[in-house]
Write a protein that binds this ligand. Structure first.
Ligand SMILES: [Fe+2]
Ligand SMILES: [Fe+2]
Length: 308
């Protein structure tokens, strides 16, 4: 089983290739991938590592370092979370919705993020700037997720940060001549589009049963949160973003354009959903109704219930 994505740094719908069934109708993109498909994807992707020319050294100038170093240290810390809380939330959620394999998908996702952290850490070591133990942005991000430890509260800010990460790593790649750092950015960028897709599909499944007003309120809340996240990322990382050609206006426009794609991926109506089995009590009630209906039809038509 394979789930492939075009390697890309951009979050544009036409740039992802889905191995899903054909569109099921107007405005419907396909089905969400099963957890087993995501597990297969993460396992296959772990074996598809791009080469990084570490032997070339850091190849970074003092000017590049002054624009990038502090910001890279903060991102490196963010990518190296041990994922303890997330593992617990995923196990609870998987048990609740009858999808125990979801915890495995999350485990593989955490490992992929940790590989990003290892790559960035190795570059920081090579450049001689060291690694951070704490950062205000990382603390804030963790606090938001830990105070409401359910899958939606965990997943929503992750989608936002990963969306902005695509702009950020693209900026870093443009801001440096270091072959190693550029290769690290290319690897992270190639991984991030599927990450956003993975989270958006899960949010679509979570939002699926929400009423229309409830979903509108959710979207409004997400837009407010995203506004804050965009501002915080700009405040914390503007020197690196500027070095990569993202002034405030360009960053703002790119952030909302990419997040709008993520919001489209979160819409439950984009997907064709498998009919869900009814709970046992509903099944019994439906069976009784069906027997009554067939009985009424049969008696009026004078046809026996069974011909055997
Ligand atoms: Fe990452
Ligand atoms: Fe990611």
């Amino acid at each position: 089983m394979t789930v492939n994505f075009a390697p890309t740094s951009c979050l544009r719908e036409q740039e992802t290739r889905q191995e899903v069934r054909a569109p099921a109708g107007r405005g419907v993109a396909g089905r969400v991938r099963t957890t087993a498909e995501w597990v297969a994807y993460f396992r296959a992707n772990a074996a598809r590592r791009r080469p990084v020319p570490w032997q070339a050294g850091a190849e970074v100038t003092a000017a590049e370092l002054s624009a990038l170093a502090r910001s890279l240290q903060a991102w490196q810390l963010g990518e190296t979370s041990d994922g303890r809380h997330l593992r617990r939330a995923a196990a609870r959620y998987g048990a609740r919705v009858g999808d125990p394999e979801y915890a495995t998908a999350i485990e593989l996702f955490i490992r992929e993020e940790q590989r990003h952290g290892e790559l960035l850490g190795r570059f920081l070591d090579l450049a001689g700037v060291g690694r951070l133990k704490a950062d205000w942005g990382d603390c804030l991000f963790r606090a938001v997720r830990y105070c409401l430890p359910n899958m939606e509260t965990w997943t929503t800010p992750v989608v936002m940060v990963e969306t902005l990460a695509m702009i950020y790593y693209n900026a870093v790649r443009r801001a440096t001549g270091s072959r190693a750092l550029r290769a690290v950015c290319a690897q992270i960028l190639a991984d991030e589009v599927p990450h956003v897709r993975f989270q958006c599909e899960r949010l679509a499944a979570i939002h699926r049963r929400r009423s229309r007003p409830g979903r509108l309120l959710t979207l409004l809340g997400q837009r407010l949160v995203f506004l804050v996240v965009v501002l915080l990322v700009w405040v914390g990382h503007r020197s690196a973003l500027r070095a990569g050609g993202y002034g405030w206006r360009r960053f703002w426009r790119a952030a909302w354009a990419k997040m709008n794609v993520a919001w489209r991926w979160m819409r439950p109506e984009r997907y064709a959903w498998e009919p869900e089995p009814l709970p046992a009590c509903e099944t019994r009630r439906a069976g009784r109704c069906e027997r009554r209906r067939v009985g009424q039809n049969s008696s009026s038509a004078g046809v026996p219930l069974s011909t055997t």
